[in-house]
Ligand binder design. Structure first.
Ligand code: ZN
Length: 124
């Protein structure tokens, strides 16, 4: 039983890790650290980070800028995915004026990520 659960969890984690590749690339491309006093290492207590236009994206990148470790807990992965999906839908310039049926890479990714998040929420 344990093995089965473990294997399934790894599969889901692997799937999320793959899903996280796109927002990592996309968000990395969007932020500009040329004027950053911290060269992009987000500091949650820093007032300049709090008011920075890249603050949210930068915070996400600092947590998720690398491929997740194999032992990253599933809730953390889901959280990372949820934050990325929210960011790309609401705050990114990427999808600002895209139609619902748009089939660009970002909108396609958002549909896949949100479908996964919906399914997962139903199971818990
Ligand atoms: Zn689009």
């Amino acid at each position: 039983m344990n093995t089965l659960t473990g294997r399934q969890a790894r599969t889901i984690s692997g799937y999320i890790a793959t899903l996280l590749e796109y927002p990592r690339w996309c968000i990395e491309r969007e932020v500009d650290f040329s004027d950053c006093h911290l060269q992009g290492s987000f500091e949650s207590g820093d007032s300049r980070c709090a008011s920075c236009e890249f603050g949210q994206a930068c915070c996400w990148l600092n947590l998720n800028g690398r491929e997740p470790m194999p032992d990253t807990p599933l809730p953390d992965l889901i959280d990372a995915l949820e934050t990325a999906a929210t960011y790309l839908r609401r705050d990114s310039r990427e999808t600002a004026d895209h139609a619902r049926q748009c089939d660009c890479d970002t909108c396609t990714w958002l549909r896949e990520a949100n479908a996964f998040l919906r399914t997962h929420r139903h199971k818990t």
